[in-house]
Design a protein around this ligand. Structure first.
Ligand code: COA
Length: 629
């Protein structure tokens, strides 16, 4: 018996066999037959739509919209005809709205992915402070990701539940080896072709240089942490800072501009092969260079900026490929975060992956490295013509302007967390949404159209619905809070009514009975069939009520992190939160070019609103309980 064979046998005895990934990687982790997403009744959507307008439009505008709604849903009118067509669509498709939603919300949007679209997850600082720790952590992270991927490949990923319902798990498999592709009019999504084995490598980027790192041995077993670490050291040795072009910033540009630059880039064979390698890789790991230190109070917001956009063309933005679905960002100072592109998936599956990977990093599976020679990581070269260099210069300027314009404020509210609200028999999410209404009202003297994302994963291929959180009940509450003649018992009762109304809207949205996807479906059905767009959608109330000045969302994770994204309108805010048992993490963003908005001011108003809500519930600012429910 040869020496290699003997060593192999010894190694195999110490290490449990790992099944080789097979060709059917991307079957659903869930074999649950989930229900199809229902199509709401036209009359119910219309009634809910009119109710949602009450706190936002003038009585005259509301009257005009009531008239339009009456015409729209007149017997045998436009509404009936479009609803009938939607019913037929719902009968023949797996999900009647998901493809249209992804197309209109993401792929047709021409705004840059950076700041405007892709959310970032800001994670706690890790326990290292130099490049050695950075590489060691990156190795564990990659191993943790492969461990999670094995659960998908071997269909051992447990089905998730929310409020007692099993959730669609399809998004998990699509997070790996996928990428958004820019197009001149609209983008598309690159996924591994069904039945074909996806990539077996990840992309690593450092000092603007991209590498293809194989993460499976030739026998199909995943590389061990030590093997990955060894490979990362080789990448570091080959990626010293030179005057490299920050090619990655091209992907941060306006989609039309990037679409044109992409066509130029892909004309060259070398560029085509390198770009395809990045697009098809399982995910990207960005090894960021050190960034300027800031005061402790600004540290969380600075970290959020690094994760969201990379800090600018002179900082780490060239270490990103914004089109890539999953990018893990690791700094030398222990900073860690994730940036993801959301045409493929929403935040909750990403948060679950992060929880898994961080658990894995704390207790990694120690496997002895097999004695199989490893291929060196492959550097991905690009050919920079003068045209491409000019495109990069433009993209750098645009990104730096966008970054200067972004105002970010991340903070932890320490007064209470979801446990206190649960003890009061209130939905924590609904209380936070009502508190956000109070904060905005105090900052701007009125309520504004507010969107909160609710998951539709109870249904096969479901994505999200919008909860319209500005309601007549929340308006009554916020007015009561700042009305001196209103006493605390009455304010508490108004708070509970507002929370109750929000909880009802949440339940409707989660059950596929929300307003916004149905309205979108009716409008797109008219366009698809070449009909005139109904007057209802040309009405001021429709435009005003879906101009999301407050774009909000809860992305809950066990990890002490928060998600962060930019506002969706120039004079609005992006607000995201993670309610943990005894505190809540928030991120607030706004644009500096807008005189009226200010992230720090809104953040202060949110903290004050939560203090006031806590006080109504008998909770001191320090978390002390004056009165038990
Ligand atoms: N009394 C006591 N406890 C209550 C309660 C009440 N009246 N109402 C809710 N709770 C409990 C729940 O049981 C839950 O308990 P758990 O922590 O043990 O699980 C907890 O409070 C949280 O519930 P709640 O705050 O009501 O909401 P939720 O966690 O169900 O979240 C949504 C609501 C809408 C945010 C969530 O369903 C969802 O859709 N999330 C995805 C959002 C998304 O896709 N975002 C993407 C943005 S990129």
């Amino acid at each position: 018996m040869g020496r290699w064979r003997l060593l192999w046998q010894r190694w195999s005895c110490r290490n449990p066999p790992v099944r080789k990934p097979h060709a059917f990687h991307y079957r659903h982790a869930s074999s649950f037959p989930l229900p199809r997403q229902p199509l709401p009744l036209l009359a119910e959507t219309m009634a809910r739509y009119l109710r949602s307008l009450e706190p936002l439009v003038s009585p005259e505008e509301l009257e005009q919209t009531e008239q339009l709604v009456a015409e729209f849903q007149a017997p045998d009118g436009e509404g009936d005809r479009l609803q009938e067509r939607l019913q037929r669509r719902a009968a023949r498709m797996e999900n009647w709205i998901t493809d249209w939603w992804v197309q209109s919300a993401y792929l047709e949007s021409r705004l840059p992915l950076a700041v405007h679209s892709s959310p970032a997850v800001v994670l706690p600082k890790q326990d290292f402070n130099d490049w050695k720790g950075q590489l060691r952590f990156a190795a564990k992270l990659i191993a943790g990701m492969l461990d999670f991927k094995a659960k998908i490949d071997y269909q051992t990923l447990l089905v998730e539940y929310s409020r007692g319902y099993p959730l669609c798990m399809e998004q998990y498999s699509r997070l790996f080896a996928s990428c958004r592709l820019p197009g001149p009019k609209h983008d598309s999504v690159l996924l591994p072709p069904p039945g074909q084995r996806p990539a077996t490598y990840v992309t690593v980027v450092r000092n603007f240089q991209f590498f293809q790192l194989d993460v499976y041995n030739s026998d199909g077993t995943p590389l061990t942490i030590d093997q990955i670490h060894w490979q990362l050291q080789q990448i570091r040795a080959q990626s010293w800072k030179t005057d490299k072009e920050p090619l990655g910033v091209l992907t941060s540009d306006h989609r039309h501009t990037w679409g044109k630059a992409y066509t130029t880039l892909m004309r060259d064979k070398l560029n085509r092969e390198s770009a395809r390698a990045i697009q098809r890789s399982l995910f990207t790991v960005c090894l960021d260079s050190p960034v300027l230190k800031v005061s402790d109070t600004r540290a969380a917001s600075r970290l959020a900026a690094q994760m969201l956009h990379g800090g600018g063309s002179f900082s780490n933005s060239g270490n990103r490929w914004f089109d890539k679905t999953l990018q893990f960002i690791i700094g030398e100072d222990g900073s860690f975060g994730v940036l993801y592109e959301q045409a493929i998936a929403e935040g909750p599956p990403v948060a679950t992956i992060i929880d898994h990977v961080l658990d894995y990093c704390k207790n990694p599976v120690q496997v002895r490295a097999p004695l199989i020679p490893l291929q060196s990581p492959k550097k991905l070269y690009f050919c920079f013509t003068s045209e491409i260099k000019r495109d990069i210069e433009h993209a750098k300027q645009n990104l730096d302007i966008l970054i200067t314009d972004l105002d970010i404020n991340c903070f932890t509210y320490p007064g209470f967390g979801k446990d206190l609200l649960k003890r009061h028999k209130l939905s924590p999410d609904s209380v936070l949404q009502v508190a956000l209404q109070l904060a905005y009202y105090r900052a701007h003297g009125e309520l504004c159209p507010t969107a909160e994302s609710a998951s539709l994963r109870r249904f096969h291929r479901g994505r999200t619905e919008t909860i319209r959180s500005a309601t007549s009940a929340s308006l009554a509450f916020v007015k009561g809070m700042d009305d001196d003649s209103c006493q605390d018992p009455e304010r508490l009762s108004l708070l509970k009514q507002a929370v109750e109304v929000h909880s009802t809207l949440t339940e409707q949205a989660l059950n596929g009975q929300g307003i916004d996807r149905h309205l979108l479906g009716l409008k797109l059905e008219a366009i698809a069939d070449g009909f005139r767009v109904p007057d209802l959608f040309m009405d001021t109330s429709y435009a005003v009520s879906s101009y999301w000045k407050l774009f909000t969302g809860q992305v809950a994770a066990r990890t002490d992190c928060v998600m962060c994204y930019g506002p969706v309108v120039p004079d609005g805010y992006g607000v995201c939160y993670n309610p943990l048992p005894s505190h809540i993490n928030f991120s607030v963003t706004a644009f500096n070019c807008c005189q009226e908005t200010n992230a720090e001011h809104l953040a202060g108003c949110i903290q004050q609103a939560l203090d006031d809500v806590g006080a109504l519930l008998g909770n001191g600012r320090d978390g002390s309980q004056e009165e038990q429910p």
